[in-house]
Design a protein. Structure first.
Length: 295
């Protein structure tokens, strides 16, 4: 279990590093950074799946597509949903929108809880209801102050639940489905790289990009592989708890990049952060119950 915890925390740290790393890739824009990330990460993921003998998940999925061609439309849908999230993750730090995206990641566990209740009829525990009430307080304050949430926040908090529900419905919620989603992104990634603003003159003026761009792929692949390995080693509840490390680090990166929380935003952030604390507490209680049962 200790190795799994280390890998999970390492994955969160690497994702946070990548969040900051995009600010070093001037003059690349968010689309070109996204393109390079996909082009460099997919080969690493493919090699990982071959080493871990997960490749049959890909061949099995391809066989299903041959039998049911309509499945390809579903895969294009999940790939598009994932592509938008990956693009936003790299675009936000370059445009001063890191805090809005990090707030979306704080809201994500709560939106997943509500999705489970509304879509799958899962019952909420008492602490989950308290967490939802806390989050609703923060949401209500934001709506009262500004009339709506930032689109980046809404995109993260609502986009991922739709993505996961669709993958479950298509029965592609495994590494093979992830590989297919990334593969279908390649045409867009290649287009962004070819049409991007980076020129030979830019490379001459920013020679460090010859090192920084390949290193982006290495960081992305290590983060993804660490995340996958941790998900296999840890109990689902503990793995879910550790996922809260990432949005905390994303806020730290946003502040490091010069962003700040305005005075009228604290009543939005604090109740949502409190909701996350309540969910963490609920998760620890769940772990304790599991341990008692095993004993």
């Amino acid at each position: 279990m200790s190795r799994g915890i280390v890998l999970s925390v390492a994955a969160s740290c690497l994702f946070a590093v990548m969040y900051y790393y995009t600010s070093l890739l001037t003059p690349l824009d968010g689309e070109e950074v996204f393109g390079w990330r996909m082009l460099l990460t997919l080969p690493c993921v493919t090699l990982f799946m071959l080493i871990t003998r997960d490749w049959p998940l890909v061949t099995g999925l391809l066989a299903r597509v041959r039998q049911t061609p309509a499945l390809l439309l579903g895969l294009i849908g999940t790939s598009s949903l994932m592509a938008v999230q990956l693009w936003l993750f790299l675009w936000a730090p370059l445009h001063g929108r890191s805090l809005e995206v990090s707030l979306g990641y704080f809201l994500l566990p709560l939106s997943m809880v509500l999705t489970g209740r509304l879509v799958y009829g899962e019952r909420l525990s008492r602490l989950q209801k308290v967490a939802v009430l806390c989050a609703a307080t923060g949401v209500g304050h934001e709506l009262f102050q500004h009339g709506s949430f930032a689109w980046e926040t809404l995109l993260v908090a609502s986009g991922y639940p739709v993505y996961f529900v669709l993958r479950r419905k298509l029965r592609t919620d495994h590494l093979g489905g992830l590989w297919a989603d990334m593969t279908l992104m390649l045409p867009a990634a290649l287009y962004f790289v070819i049409q991007g603003p980076l020129s030979s003159a830019d490379l001459a003026a920013h020679a460090q990009l010859y090192v920084l761009i390949p290193l982006l792929g290495v960081i992305s692949a290590l983060a993804l592989i660490s995340y996958v390995l941790a998900s296999r080693m840890l109990a689902f509840s503990l793995f879910g708890l550790l996922s809260y490390v990432e949005p905390v680090l994303l806020v730290a990166v946003a502040l490091l990049l010069g962003e700040s929380i305005a005075a009228d935003q604290w009543l939005t952030y604090l109740p949502i952060w409190l909701a996350v604390v309540v969910l963490v507490l609920e998760g620890f209680r769940h772990l304790q119950r599991q341990r008692r049962r095993s004993v």
